[in-house]
Design a protein around this ligand. Structure first.
Ligand SMILES: NC(=O)C1=CN([C@@H]2O[C@H](COP(=O)(O)OP(=O)(O)OC[C@H]3O[C@@H](n4cnc5c(N)ncnc54)[C@H](OP(=O)(O)O)[C@@H]3O)[C@@H](O)[C@H]2O)C=CC1
Ligand SMILES: Nc1nc(=O)c2c([nH]1)NC[C@@H]1CN(c3ccc(C(=O)N[C@@H](CCC(=O)O)C(=O)O)cc3)C=[N+]21
Length: 300
């Protein structure tokens, strides 16, 4: 193996320590406690794990967490009423509605009902728009986490690099493209209709894989020395044991790439750390107080 493993787990711990310090100052100087509300509709086992991790890590940073669990048959009107209650609650600074939602609920209507200043996922159309024109906004946690890892690893900056993002979802691919454009990368977005994906990937100095297909990206597609950010979380059962793998074949890619994030322990922990960072940022903005370094450093 030649690639450096980018330790997302360790970097996320550093970020959470910074968040913890900021939370302590808010409490000591202003008697303010940031609050994060997570809403979970239905019983998806993977979502259960994320929601539990979020609440645990929020607590460790001194952030108050509020959990609302609704059964899978909850109507859209009931869910909207919950969102409105959280919008109006001054103890809640961040609201996250766990996706995916059951099919009978219009996710866009729900995301659009969240107060944009409390939208710590950055999915509200006004945050999406603000990011795209370069105004202060809430930035989606997963792409933000990927960018913080890239900036940490490329201390000289990312300008001029060719970044290829595989995946065009509203949650990962599209906001990732916006963030890398702001960093002056040359950005290519690939998806399921892209022709000759291996040769497009072969041009990438930076590859972000957000596809949802286990180990689809092969080592011999990757440009030697490239930085590979693997967003994919795929649960596979091998030899009777369940484990997580990414969208990139790690063993192969590690022979070619300059640096690569592992799964688990790469982007996933950064996503949660960024959610906590966004919550504290939203809290500081609500109270017109100085915010933590994260978003400000990016000019957002
Ligand atoms: N680590 C973390 O914190 C997070 C991890 N994830 C993981 O990241 C992955 C992607 O998530 P998400 O963006 O929500 O997924 P979506 O399913 O919304 O999007 C997947 C994207 O991949 C594209 N795609 C699918 N198949 C291919 C293919 N064969 N070749 C090229 N492109 C393809 C799709 O193209 P098209 O648009 O044409 O259909 C689509 O744009 C998942 O594994 C998910 O679990 C997600 C969020 C957070
Ligand atoms: N409104 C909303 N916002 C989200 O940000 C959101 C969502 N809905 N729905 C689901 C996806 C997925 N997601 C992950 C978060 C953490 C890990 C994570 O911590 N992963 C660990 C492993 C955890 C495990 O063992 O399962 C790791 O990669 O090391 C993974 C995936 C956030 N998402």
């Amino acid at each position: 193996m030649t690639a450096t493993t980018i330790d997302g787990k360790a970097f996320a711990a550093t970020l959470r320590a910074q968040v913890t310090t900021h939370v302590a100052v808010l409490k000591a100087d202003h008697d303010i406690v940031p609050g994060l509300a997570v809403v979970l509709v239905g019983e998806d086992p993977a979502s259960e794990v994320y929601v539990r991790n979020k609440a645990k890590q929020a607590g460790e940073c001194g952030i108050r967490s509020f959990e609302t669990r609704l059964d899978a048959a909850t109507s859209q009107a009931e869910l909207l009423a919950v969102v409105q209650r959280l919008n109006a609650d001054p103890a809640v600074h961040g609201i996250l509605v766990q996706l995916p939602l059951p099919a009978h609920i219009d996710a866009n209507a729900v995301l659009g009902a969240i107060d944009p200043t409390k939208d710590v996922d950055g999915f509200h159309i006004s945050n999406v728009g603000q990011l795209s024109v370069g105004q202060k906004s809430m930035v989606p946690c997963t792409p933000l986490g990927c960018l913080l890892l890239l900036r940490q690893f490329h201390k000289g900056g990312l300008a001029g690099s060719h970044a290829v993002i595989v995946g065009r979802s509203n949650i990962v691919g599209k906001p990732m493209a916006q963030l890398l454009l702001r960093e002056h990368c040359t950005v290519t977005i690939a998806h399921s209709r892209t022709r000759d994906l291996p040769s497009i990937i072969g041009g990438a100095d930076i590859l972000v894989a957000a596809i949802g297909r286990q180990e689809m990206v092969r080592g011999d597609w990757i440009k030697p020395g490239a930085t590979v950010i693997d967003v994919g979380i795929n649960r596979v059962t091998r030899d009777g044991r369940t484990r997580l793998v990414g969208d990139v074949n790690f063993a192969e890619a590690a022979e070619v790439a300059g640096a690569i994030t592992p799964v688990p322990g790469g982007v996933g922990p950064m996503t949660i750390a960024c959610l906590l960072l966004n919550t504290v940022t939203a809290c500081c903005r609500a109270h017109h107080l100085p915010e933590p370094a994260g978003l400000a450093e990016l000019g957002l």
